[in-house]
Design a protein around this ligand. Structure first.
Ligand SMILES: CCCCCCCCCCCCCCCC(=O)OC/C=C(C)/C=C/C=C(C)/C=C/C1=C(C)CCCC1(C)C
Ligand code: FE2
Length: 462
């Protein structure tokens, strides 16, 4: 059944009404916007990686207890040119584009020397910058989208404002509206066209680490330099080679372990003089980070083999078994406290009550539970007590749950969780699920008569 969420669909010409079961809270008025792949092949050419399909933006509108669903393909260059030429024209993360066989040898020769084009297939996330909404991937191209009509408005090249080769799809928004993000700059000079708060030299100059997200507290940024590396020499040489993709430039450094960098957030940002290290792990998503009693606590999802280290533990916080041991070479070795783990089980795509608890001491993380990489449940985790709650239903494939607080709420988990669930065998095979975030019980579902392919991340626009 889960294969259905990786199959191509058509966009809609107008919003379709959903059939409501249960009661949608009367205060819940707004739009849930989500991004994901929607076309998994072009003509007879398949995309080879599950996150390569062409970007589809989805919207559930909630108003007066009623719900509608709408979706449109983003008119990125990746999409428009694929539709025009009926083949994959721009190389995606794990899918190579081949030169047009109809072009003569001279124009193929010039395409070769112009280099391959960087993808603008913004399927990973959609978030607001001021009043506007941008669909993003991890390259320098972001795409402005009308959140009402879902029309593609314009492609923006961030290289015009910043010296970055790419940046994460997970920026942080501060209480004053400032948006912080982290990107890789492969050249030496950072441009001053936008404010650079802090620069972190890569521990291997020609092999920066892959970064998918970062942590932010009131005063610090947390950057985890993981052993998943982008080999720049491979990147430069492979780029023009037939059949090569971004994925081919990735490699693993088996000896470096993982480095934590702590930097201050003020405009004269500086790096902590301590080097924090731990065993090798692979990281996509930070959950939250905060300061407490002079410590910075960092919660994240990762996969690793844990080690124990001997020495005096510098952590005296009463509520954690995480340790930090000072070594004679001046580095501090970190060992985590495990909040959740299970064989073949993952807890990923984390969300919190972001507007009120980002960077603050908090209790609740919500996420997608996966079994063997198949998303099959929604999980709530109390990161202080390790208590968990689960929502699960037979043959159902949910998406990352977004937390929306009840207006005027005083409790951290007073609100709802919104998740797009696909139930392939059902008469109406997808629904927007609205859960009570406290108990993880169902308040309502809004069934639609179309399959909704996998979505990665999104935003709730009140
Ligand atoms: C929702 C359920 C899905 C089920 C799948 C199971 C997943 C298992 C859990 C894993 C954790 C989730 C990870 C999510 C990762 C994600 O969002 O992936 C999407 C990322 C994309 C499409 C990244 C694209 C990055 C590109 C094109 C980067 C290009 C670059 C380089 C590699 C080096 C040079 C710079 C540049 C051009 C930026
Ligand atoms: Fe992500």
């Amino acid at each position: 059944g889960y294969r259905k969420i990786f199959e191509s669909v058509e966009e809609l010409t107008e919003p379709i009404p959903a059939k409501i079961t249960g009661v949608v809270p009367s205060w819940l008025g707004g739009s849930l916007l989500r991004m994901g792949p929607g076309l998994f092949e072009v003509g007879d050419e398949p995309f080879h990686h599950m996150f390569d399909g062409l970007a589809l933006v989805h919207k559930f509108d909630l108003k007066n207890g009623q719900v509608t669903y709408y979706r449109k393909f983003i008119r990125s260059d990746s999409y428009v040119r694929a539709m025009t030429e009926n083949r994959v024209v721009i190389t995606e993360f794990g899918t190579a584009a081949y030169p047009d066989p109809c072009k003569n040898i001279f124009s193929r020769f010039f395409t070769y020397f112009r280099g391959a084009e960087v993808t603008d297939n913004c399927l990973v996330n959609i978030y607001p910058i001021g009043e506007d909404f941008y669909a993003v991937t991890e390259t320098n191209y972001i795409t402005k989208v009308d959140p009402d009509s879902l029309e593609t408005l314009k492609k923006v090249d961030l290289c015009k404002y910043l010296s970055v080769n790419g940046l994460t799809a997970h920026p942080h928004t501060d209480t004053d509206g400032t948006i912080y993000n982290i990107g890789n700059c492969f050249g030496k000079n950072m441009s001053l066209k936008s404010q650079v708060v802090v620069q972190l030299p890569s521990s291997e100059r020609l092999k920066p680490s892959y970064i998918h997200s970062f942590g932010m507290t009131d005063n610090y940024f947390v950057f985890v330099e993981q052993p998943v590396k982008i080999n720049l020499l491979k990147f430069l040489t492979l780029w023009n080679i037939r059949g090569a993709t971004y994925m081919d430039c990735f490699e693993s450094n088996d000896s470096m372990g993982t480095l934590f960098h702590l930097t201050t957030k003020d405009p004269a940002g500086y790096l902590s003089s301590h080097k924090f290290r731990t065993s090798a792990f692979n990281l996509f998503h930070h959950i939250n980070a905060y300061e407490d009693e002079g410590y910075v606590i960092v919660d994240l999802f990762f996969s690793t083999t844990l080690q124990e280290d001997q020495g005096k533990n510098l952590v005296s916080l009463s509520y954690t078994t995480a340790t930090a041991v000072l070594h004679s070479d001046g580095t501090i070795w970190l060992e985590p406290e495990v909040l959740f783990s299970g064989p073949r089980q993952a807890f990923e795509f984390p969300q919190i009550n972001y507007s009120q608890y980002r960077g603050k001491k908090y209790s609740f993380a919500y996420g997608l539970g996966l079994t063997h990489f198949i998303p099959d449940r929604i999980v709530k985790l109390n990161v202080q007590t390790k208590e968990t709650w689960v929502w699960q239903e037979e043959e159902c494939y949910p998406s990352e749950p977004l937390f929306v607080p009840t207006p005027g709420a005083t409790e951290e988990d007073d609100g709802v969780l919104l998740s797009v669930v696909v139930k392939p065998g059902a008469e109406r095979p997808s629904f927007l699920l609205i859960l009570d975030a406290m108990k993880l019980t169902e308040l309502a579902r809004a069934d639609v008569n179309t399959i909704i392919p996998v979505t990665l991340h999104g935003t709730y626009k009140p």
